[in-house]
Design a protein around this ligand. Structure first.
Ligand code: GLA
Length: 742
């Protein structure tokens, strides 16, 4: 519901209220964002006008009304607010001051999409569009707010109505001034192989920010920040979450001012960004997501999960359980033949796998990473039946077939580079940097995107392909496009990502039923922007079960379980050389899309039998796991998380121990999300042993007491001298508990 009274907007979905008003100077002032409060015809008392002599005043003799201290809705710099602005526009005379005043607004049911950008949608949504206008430069800014059940979406659109050209230097998707600074900021940081580890830090006066200038959202920082109260836990307390539906360079920052107002800004990174607008042209920002919860970090995460599943992903798979796949990358790397692929596929089919994915190395002359990217035609030496023939053979085994592409890239050793060296991103007369021996194609140019579409289309139109893994294995350097004149070069990064989105659009339009999985050297472009096109993403190249606990725990902060690519791989693990049991590897991978990435013909019959059981288990429970409500419970040396079905009749708990300690303390976990009056039978997987039986209220308030781990003494008595993987003893153990209401 969106209400307008006494010059004040109150946006609410019954759970949150977002309130701001037209101030005396006709700018917009922020009043409140938080738990829903009753509507009243005036919230003026929330507007605290109080400044000091030093603060610039808007009206003569009225020292209290100063933009320096007022909480703003979409601030600009230069007329009294000295904090970082949401918008900055350079005009022909060199000035970048704007004076955006309220003109009009409209409230509508529904929500429109944004041309060329991913955007949220839904039936049950209301939208407010407020027009601000700067009369001196004839520029209009429309602020857009759409309220969904799970949260608020914001964006801005800038129009140049005047005859003079203008240049946008900075345009944030959202800006929010919060009353105080008693927050800790959560960010998801990392690098290749260790993406989205949670970092929490107390915010302090000044600016704290994360950003990307790599041309992609990146493994280093995810386009997300949360501000939580110091006392907020996974299950209780206040938290604000902000994310950006965008896959390119972003900025997310918090600035605490002298009066402890915390200003949050999120949008396209202004560093290396400019956008020119001539008369009649407009620019639309990506959408920002604003979530508030007073039910802890899980409350925030569930709102993100629901919003992304219901109102962002478009794929026909968005509400469906995902196929269990096997990918040959870690099994073969580049070294495979049609026969070896079919051998893996046959065994996979026998144990219950549903989709075979052929990874890198099937095209051109690619036997290592130095050649052939850009030449998307099959290598008949490796695959004599071609992709069409191989797909048929895989289909005849009873499996769907999926294929790897890296559409944005080219190797120097390739036909594409020979014919079109100009398609590569490079700065004239400067050396080009390599990344994994490859260059990035200039996707800011339509002809380059069309050329790659045609090449992909040749294969996709003849072979029965149900899945595409879209990879992207390096970042952009020497950013420059030969198609742009000097005054438009800083538009490049945004134009590049628009090109990526346009290729996704073209492919989806032509092949609407293909399941896309995005990937970027693992999870280096795992962002909400790509979820719009690809409902799942390869979470990390790191397939080690212990490492995956940290990565998946962090990723679940905002991404739904069904969007996380999770595979069981071989041991010793290829990234960290660690050995974990097959059981633990699966127990971690169940909480995702689930699949395998190893040569099933190189493991023992006993292990193959275990895999068959794992797949049976997963098929039985995947709807619950992928579509239920996910809760993180604990992290550290012991991890646990659980999913609960929408009707609360079933739940699955994953419990993981990293290192064993002698004489450990009692292990008791408080479960969440259950029905307090139902009695739950609790079984362990795989042996289906009845572990215990308790009412929901006891499990949630008193907790579930887990099987006692061995003490040093017991171990001495029972010590067999043999390593038994998959038991509770030793390092790296796990247990899955299935709860069923009687
Ligand atoms: C990236 C991906 C891997 C694999 C390789 C192939 O690193 O993350 O999963 O597809 O590329 O080259």
């Amino acid at each position: 519901m969106i209400l307008f009274d006494n010059n004040t907007f109150h946006i609410t979905n019954g759970k949150i209220s977002y309130i701001f008003k037209i101030l005396r100077n006709e700018h917009l002032g922020q009043l409140y964002f938080g738990k829903a409060i009753k509507h009243r015809n005036s919230f003026d008392h929330l507007l605290v006008e109080k400044a000091t002599n030093l603060a610039p005043a808007v009206f003569q003799g009225d020292l209290d009304f100063s933009l320096e201290v007022l909480k703003q809705e979409y601030p600009s710099y230069g007329t009294g607010d000295f904090r970082d602005p949401a918008i900055q526009i350079t005009q022909p005379n060199g000035s970048s001051i704007t004076d955006l005043i309220y003109k009009s607004h409209v409230i509508t049911k529904g929500k429109s999409s944004i041309k060329g950008l991913p955007s949220t949608y839904g039936d049950n949504v209301e939208t407010l569009e407020i027009t601000l206008y700067d009369v001196l430069i004839d520029v209009k800014v429309i602020l857009k707010y759409s309220i969904f059940e799970a949260g608020l979406i914001r964006s801005a659109e800038i129009y140049n109505l005047g005859t003079n050209p203008i240049k946008i230097d900075r345009v944030m998707s959202a800006s929010l001034d919060l009353y105080d600074a008693d927050f800790e900021m959560i960010t998801l940081n990392g690098a290749w192989g260790r993406e989205r580890h949670i970092q929490t830090q107390k915010i302090v006066k000044g600016i704290q920010s994360i950003s990307s200038a790599r041309g992609a959202s990146s493994a280093m920082h995810n386009p997300f920040i949360a501000l939580k109260r110091p006392y907020t836990t996974e299950q209780t307390g206040e938290v604000y979450g902000f994310s950006l539906i965008y896959s390119g360079n972003f900025l997310a920052q918090v600035q605490v001012d002298a009066y402890d107002v915390s200003r949050v800004l999120i949008g396209i990174n202004p560093f290396e960004f400019e956008w020119n607008l001539n008369q009649g042209e407009s620019f639309h920002t990506p959408e920002a997501v604003l979530i508030y919860s007073d039910e802890g970090l899980n409350g925030m995460s569930q709102n993100f999960h629901n919003l992304f599943r219901n109102n962002l992903m478009r794929s026909p798979y968005k509400q469906k359980a995902r196929p269990i796949l096997i990918n040959n990358w870690e099994a073969t790397y580049f070294d495979f033949t049609e026969d070896s692929i079919l051998e893996i596929a046959k065994t996979a089919k026998n144990v219950g796998v549903e989709l075979f994915v052929l990874d890198d190395g099937w095209f051109g002359n690619r036997n290592n990473d130095t050649s052939s990217l850009g030449d998307w035609s099959v290598n008949l030496k490796k695959l004599p039946s071609g992709i069409k023939g191989l797909a048929e053979k895989i289909n005849n085994l009873g499996l769907d077939f999926g294929l790897w592409f890296e559409p944005e890239m080219v190797n120097e050793i390739s036909n594409l580079y020979k014919t079109h060296p100009d398609y590569v991103i490079s700065t004239p007369a400067r050396k080009k940097s390599y990344g994994r021996n490859q260059y990035v194609l200039d996707f800011s140019r339509d002809e380059v995107v069309n050329c790659i579409f045609e090449k992909m289309y040749e294969t996709l139109s003849i072979a029965n392909i149900s899945y595409i893994k879209w990879d992207m294995n390096r970042n952009i350097t020497e950013a420059y496009s030969c198609s742009l004149d000097h005054s438009h070069q800083k538009e490049f990064f945004h134009r590049y990502i628009l090109g990526v989105y346009s290729l996704y659009e073209k492919l989806i339009d032509r092949f609407p039923n293909i399941l896309f999985e995005s990937c970027s050297a693992g999870g280096a472009r795992f962002d909400p922007g790509l979820l719009y096109y690809a409902p799942q993403a390869w979470t990390s190249d790191n397939t080690d079960a212990v490492e995956r606990l940290h990565i998946q725990y962090g990723t679940s902060m905002l991404y739904p379980i069904a969007s996380m690519g999770t595979h069981v791989a071989a041991v010793p693990n290829h990234q960290v050389d660690r050995c974990t049991s097959l059981k633990m590897r699966a127990d971690v991978a169940y909480f995702g899309t689930f699949g395998y990435e190893l040569d099933l013909n190189k493991i023992s019959t006993d292990e193959l039998g275990q895999i068959e059981k794992q797949i049976m288990f997963f098929k039985e429970h995947r709807e619950l796991i992928q579509l239920g409500d996910f809760y993180r419970l604990q992290s550290g040396n012991y991890y646990s998380w659980m999913v609960v079905s929408n009707d609360r009749k079933t739940a699955i708990l994953g419990y993981y121990k990293i290192l064993a300690h002698p004489n450990p303390s009692l292990k008791k976990i408080k479960l969440v999300g259950l029905d307090k009056n139902s009695e739950y039978k609790i079984n362990t997987f795989i042996n289906q042993k009845l572990f215990t039986k308790h009412y929901g209220d006891e499990l949630m308030n008193c907790g579930l007491i887990l099987e006692t781990e061995f003490t040093g003494l017991m171990q001495a008595e029972n010590f067999t001298g043999k390593y038994t993987p998959g038991t509770d003893k030793g390092d790296f153990t796990s247990q899955i508990y299935i709860l069923t209401a009687e």
